[in-house]
Design a protein around this ligand. Structure first.
Ligand SMILES: [Zn+2]
Length: 246
């Protein structure tokens, strides 16, 4: 589906094959920064992956709606997402309201992801904190019966957290994914948001792009790979095998 930043229609659940996982992002670019490499690694392995941006992300100092639409489409094409949509909620004013919760739950019921990914639950940006709370609430809301929400009742089995934080935290992730093979494509998807990552930003190292690269190298070094992405979980990880542990 082509991304736009206007509210996306709910997919018809009778025609839409369920997603393996859905990444809920406060703004277009957060999914790319936080877990773009993991998204592409799982798509490389045949999974169906969607991104639901909650807001347009605009206004920003260097951006515009037209620019952000173009940049989001470019990043979506790099990642080869199965589905991307925008919930049409208001940037800089995201709140855990019942209306917003029902809207996100409606996407969950129509897309039927097995897992959800939400922003890490500790951040400086109020939109990011609201996105975390909204995703947690919408996960529960999506399984309710006797409602007028579209789609069948659905409860994603797991909710995990990715890091797209505005705090300089020394975080202790629950696990790290090896994204060495996806690294260059991740950075292409991140750079697609030129108005956010490059234009008007300080050019003295470390630039914002440098910082993202250093983080990828840092997490990679901890698992003896070139690049990695960290994740957190509140519930224990369930494994059928230890074979994929590095
Ligand atoms: Zn954001």
């Amino acid at each position: 589906m082509i991304n736009t930043l206007t509210p996306t229609e709910f997919p018809n659940p009778d025609e839409f094959e369920p997603l393996d996982f859905l990444v809920v992002a406060p703004h277009p670019d957060d999914a790319e920064i936080g877990m773009g490499g993991t998204i592409m690694r799982m798509i490389d392995q045949g999974m169906r992956v969607g991104v639901l941006d909650l807001t347009s992300g605009e206004p920003t100092p260097q951006g515009s709606m037209e620019t952000r639409i173009r940049e989001t489409a470019a990043a979506t094409a790099v990642m080869k997402l199965t589905w991307r949509g925008n919930a049409g909620l208001v940037n800089r004013a995201l709140e855990n309201t019942i209306e917003a919760r029902v809207r996100i739950a409606s996407y969950i019921r129509c897309l039927r992801p097995r897992w959800l990914f939400a922003p890490y639950h500790h951040d400086a940006h109020p939109d990011h904190l609201a996105a975390t709370l909204l995703t947690e609430a919408a996960r529960f809301q999506a399984k309710l019966s006797k409602t007028d929400m579209p789609g069948p009742r659905h409860h994603p089995e797991r909710l995990y957290y990715y890091f797209c934080i505005h705090l300089r935290l020394a975080v202790q992730p629950a696990w790290i994914v090896d994204i060495s093979d996806q690294w260059e494509r991740k950075m292409a998807a991140v750079r697609a948001f030129e108005s956010q990552m490059i234009t008007g930003r300080p050019t003295t190292p470390p630039t914002l792009i440098d910082r993202i690269r250093h983080e990828g190298e840092h997490w990679g070094r901890l698992i003896n790979r070139t690049h990695g992405e960290p994740f957190d979980t509140k519930e224990p990880l369930a494994m059928s095998s230890l074979r994929d542990l590095l």
